[in-house]
Design a protein. Structure first.
Length: 565
């Protein structure tokens, strides 16, 4: 769904359009207009509560696809004539699958604020005939305000959890007020499910805090504060010590505020997560990057599973790393120039550069891939990606968790991965400086089991070992020698009694099987690699150390990306 609005705070009369996705990340400088987008979302979902914004926001419109049931509900097949020439349904069905823009107009009925849907003023391209304006408005009314089915839970950038007096009010304010009372009620009030706090929330907290902290219990007790009794949240550690949350860091409080909104508020509201729009502002404040990563990933996995919608406002490059290449997410850059705000979807590398400039982020902070695997050429990349896909069961992906770079066999002698090498700067290109997380795969080129690798490959292997990095020199002659003989033959629809030796070139083997096949392979190594990989399965990965090395690579990549086993 696309949402657009005009004239709110620093946004001018031009429409500012957002295509809402499950995860929406708003990035920009302070006071650029990120929170204003959150204001508009809140207003659309609950115009009565946020009536004070009515006179500030103009031109709220959204797009909706016209479905067959919707068209049938307005354009009856049993009606003809009037404003429409001929059968009404025959006219209406021409618009099935097309988009209609609907405007939400402010209205007040018995002191209750509402947003009424209208189409006639914003869709001249659908039907310019003035007689049909009422009909298209009827379509818009059938669609209604799509936000009215949602509740919005918002967490401000400025937030805290403090000891609180007992209250019958079960609610969390955007600044964190009410969290202590709500957790107290869930633990101690029989009509509420205490397991949501003592099990679900606590387990989620430990998952996010791992490996820095582990809590065995969460309790709420009364303490004296300025001569009055108030409730305080305590977390119990493994050693039995209890720490008061009010005396803990703001990062821990942020995590608990988020979890209370995810676990407790839907229960209080009697709402499914999919019926709530969550807005989390600057969660990274006072959180170490590792905890940011854990928290963002936890929210992402929980809300995507629940088919929910979330908006993040952030300055954190960690959020860019996590959400940039996710199909269910988008990065929205909010920019302010001459006191006017605009929103742009970040969908190419050049737009990312402007985001980094706004965040004043150095290239070394963000542009490095999580890790690089160096291979000799394009066909090696195809085999490696397939092996990683099979071993990781599709969970580890190129361009998301790692990058592959080519070094080219003859160039290897000019490359160095020794970060301590200060001499021979002109002779060696120090590739470890490009990324400290590196793996290299090298063909041994051995002609027999007892053959030796050359001095260049020995040097590269030793440099990687000194850096604590993985160097995989193939057990056989080349990377193709890991291919299963039966896979090769079945893929090419060939039969043969010839063995495929570990130290035999694959083109020589193919030439023995079928005259001319080896020559074709040498001309189209990438094409052959693609067809072999398409058919490759786990049972085809039995040759020499293939499974062992691929498993090691997958573990390394998980470490680079902070993925828990």
């Amino acid at each position: 769904m696309n949402l657009s609005f005009k004239k709110y705070k620093s946004y001018n009369s031009e429409s500012n359009q957002i295509e809402i996705k499950p995860i929406n990340v708003l990035i920009g400088r302070n006071n650029s207009g990120k929170s204003s987008v959150s204001d508009v979302i809140e207003f659309c979902a609950n115009p009565t509560k946020y009536e004070h914004r009515m006179d500030q926001i103009e031109g709220i419109t959204f797009t909706n696809m016209l479905t067959e049931p919707l068209i049938k509900s307005v354009f009856s097949s049993s009606t003809s004539g009037g404003e429409i020439n001929g059968n009404h349904y025959n006219f209406g069905k021409n618009y099935i699958g097309k988009n209609i823009r609907v405007e939400l107009r402010f209205a007040k009925d018995r002191d209750r604020m509402s947003l009424n849907a209208s189409a006639s003023r914003v869709n001249p391209e659908i039907e310019s005939n003035g007689r049909l304006l009422k009909i298209w408005d009827n379509v818009a009314r059938k669609i209604g305000n799509p936000f009215s089915k949602y509740d919005v839970l918002r967490v401000f950038a400025e937030r805290d959890i403090r000891p609180e007096k007992d209250s019958e009010k079960l609610n969390i304010e955007p600044n964190g007020d009410g969290v202590t009372n709500l957790i107290h009620k869930f633990i101690n009030y029989s009509k509420l499910d205490s397991k949501l706090v003592e099990v679900e929330l606590l387990n989620a907290l430990n998952e996010i805090m791992n490996p820095d902290s582990y809590f065995t219990d969460i309790v709420v007790q009364q303490i004296e504060n300025n001569d009055e009794l108030v409730w305080e949240i305590f977390l119990e550690e493994k050693n039995g010590n209890r720490i008061a949350l009010s005396e803990s860091g703001s990062g821990l409080k942020t995590i608990i505020i988020v979890l209370a909104n995810l676990f407790l508020m839907p229960e209080v509201m009697n709402k499914r997560l999919s019926d709530i729009i969550f807005i989390f502002e600057e969660l990274e404040n006072n959180l170490h990057p590792a905890l940011q990563r854990n928290l963002f990933n936890y929210i992402k996995n929980k809300l995507l599973f629940s088919k929910s919608t979330v908006f993040f406002t952030t300055h954190s490059h960690v959020a860019i790393n996590i959400f940039d290449k996710d199909n269910d997410s988008q990065i929205l850059h909010v920019m302010k120039e001459d006191d006017v705000s605009s929103i742009y979807r970040v969908d190419n590398r050049f737009k990312k550069y402007s985001v980094f400039d706004d965040l004043e982020t150095n290239a070394s902070d963000i542009l490095q891939s999580n890790g690089v695997i160096w291979v000799e050429g394009p066909s090696d990349r195809i085999y490696l990606n397939k092996w990683i896909e099979v071993i990781s069961e599709g969970k580890i992906k190129e361009n998301v968790h790692y990058q592959i770079m080519f070094y080219g066999g003859r160039l290897l002698s000019h490359l160095s991965f020794d970060v301590f090498r200060d001499n021979d700067v002109d002779e060696f290109i120090k590739l470890m400086n490009l990324n400290r997380n590196s793996i290299i795969i090298i063909d041994s080129d051995k002609k027999s089991k007892y053959g030796k690798i050359n001095k260049t490959k020995q040097r590269i292997r030793d440099e990687f070992k000194c850096n604590g990095s993985m160097c995989w020199i193939t057990a056989g002659k080349e990377i193709e020698n890991y291919l299963d003989r039966d896979l090769i033959l079945s893929t090419l629809n060939l039969k043969s009694k010839h063995d495929f030796d570990d130290y035999q070139r694959i083109d020589e083997f193919l030439e023995k099987v079928k005259k001319g096949e080896g020559t074709k392979f040498l001309r189209s190594k990438v094409s052959y690699a693609n067809v072999f990989s398409e058919n490759l399965k786990f049972e085809n990965m039995h040759r020499r150390d293939l499974k062992e090395k691929t498993n090691k690579i997958v573990k390394e990549i998980k470490l680079w990306n902070y993925i828990k086993e």
